[in-house]
Design a protein around this ligand. Structure first.
Ligand code: UT7
Length: 371
């Protein structure tokens, strides 16, 4: 390990962090594999076996990523039994903001009445939630802030090329969030972190903007397909993920002085069920310790980890005292891991029996978050 990796600021910081709440939101409209068969040359068998995805939730009409984020923020505040004014910091991981500025964090701040909060957006694609969590930890452990809302919110249904079967079947829209609190002298419930990036992989997964030059100068070269804002070399990203994720997980465990036996659940970025299963096999993670929640929502980018955790909390899998290892990876390339103990006691009313029973097919975050 490098000297930076050996240093672990999570060990006995002046302020210890606890987890106070979790929440999520996905839009109402769905896009099933059968629907996609009408758009591109694909089929349910290919999508299910190669990705694990059965359907995605997607925005329609004028719905915005800000609205998804605000709904998830409200759900998370309800889970923590808090109000907007209790927050000191709002970090939103997003690579699909409605506007570059104002930041989505500003929209959330205003909508939930977080009058005491500072905040910003963080653009690291699918790693946004893990990066945001580690950044928030630094503010909390130092005592600068006491309560942080960390979010992931993305709408890729407006960025994919709907004629490109390689990418349009993968992504879904959604938002998820967690609230962390800090208290002087309290035990720290984060045990170790590990963050990386490698810009040489940038070309393998890119989301372009469409800004043009001033009309008095030479125009920019148009892309062959102007509608193709998002480009992904799936095979290269797959290879990259299966290399870096195990390394990051092992480094984080080592830093925390833990082994996989100490971890109750591993929550990876939900990019593809095959990536998760391959990781699990390579690292020797028993299948029952792997949280997978890709079938009903697809790859929701920065939102995928909190949406998966929220689902596991809502359905009684993750409970107080469980230790979780989170690992995000994706465009940049950027990737990172963090280990934490679940300390939150969910203040939301329990899901209805119908919503619980629907878990396998649908997404139970929808109803409470819409209320
Ligand atoms: O969230 C950010 C990080 N994301 C990732 O890390 C994603 C990583 N990559 C992946 O998840 C997978 O590489 C994909 C799901 C994108 C693709 O799966 P794959 O097993 O790597 O497929 P492939 O790209 O090797 O393509 C195999 C075949 C090709 O046909 P030929 O050339 O063998 O005739 C593709 O044209 O499957 C074809 N194909 C499809 N067929 C039916 C590609 N997309 C589709 C499709 N339906 N939607």
């Amino acid at each position: 390990m490098t000297p930076a990796e050996q240093h672990n600021p999570c060990t006995n910081p002046p302020y210890g962090i606890q987890l106070a709440g979790i929440g999520a939101f996905v839009p109402k409209a769905t896009l099933t594999n059968a629907d996609l068969e009408g758009l591109v040359d694909t089929n349910d068998e290919w999508i299910t076996s190669r990705t694990g995805i059965k359907q995605r939730h997607i925005v329609s009409g004028d719905e915005t990523v800000g609205e998804l984020a605000i709904a998830a923020a409200k759900d998370t505040l309800a889970s923590a039994g808090m109000e907007g004014k209790d927050l000191d910091l709002i970090i939103v991981g997003t690579s699909t903001p409605d506007t570059i500025y104002p930041a989505v964090a500003c929209q959330v701040q205003h909508a939930i009445g977080a009058t005491n909060a500072a905040g910003f957006d963080l653009s690291l694609a699918c790693s946004g939630f893990v990066y945001g969590t580690v950044v928030a930890q630094q503010f909390l452990m130092s005592g600068m802030y006491k309560t942080a809302l960390v979010m992931g919110a993305d709408i890729h249904s407006r960025t994919v090329d709907w004629t490109d079967r390689n990418t349009c079947v993968l992504f879904g829209d959604g938002s998820g969030a967690a609230i962390y609190t800090a208290e002087q002298g309290a035990p720290n419930r984060f045990f170790a972190n590990d963050l990386h990036m490698d810009g040489s992989f940038g070309k393998e997964l890119t989301l372009y903007t469409n800004f043009d030059n001033c009309p008095t100068v030479e125009p920019r070269t148009p892309r062959t397909k102007p509608e193709q804002l998002l480009y992904m070399n799936g095979r290269e990203m797959f290879k990259f993920a299966t290399r870096v994720v195990p390394e990051s997980i092992n480094t984080t465990l080592k830093k925390a002085n833990m082994t996989l036996d100490d971890i109750d659940y591993v929550v990876l970025h939900q990019a593809n069920i095959r990536i998760m299963e391959s990781m699990s096999e390579r690292l020797g993670i028993p299948p029952e310790k792997l949280i997978t929640h890709i079938a009903p929502v697809g790859n929701t980018s920065a939102a995928s980890i909190p949406i998966a955790i929220n689902h596991a909390v809502r359905t009684g899998k993750i409970k107080k005292g469980h230790k979780l290892l989170l690992c995000g990876f994706g465009a940049g390339a950027a990737w990172g891991s963090t280990i934490l103990e679940w300390t939150a006691v969910d203040q939301r009313p329990p899901l209805s029996e119908a919503a619980m029973a629907d878990t396998a097919a649908a997404h139970p975050v929808l109803e409470p978050a819409l209320a």
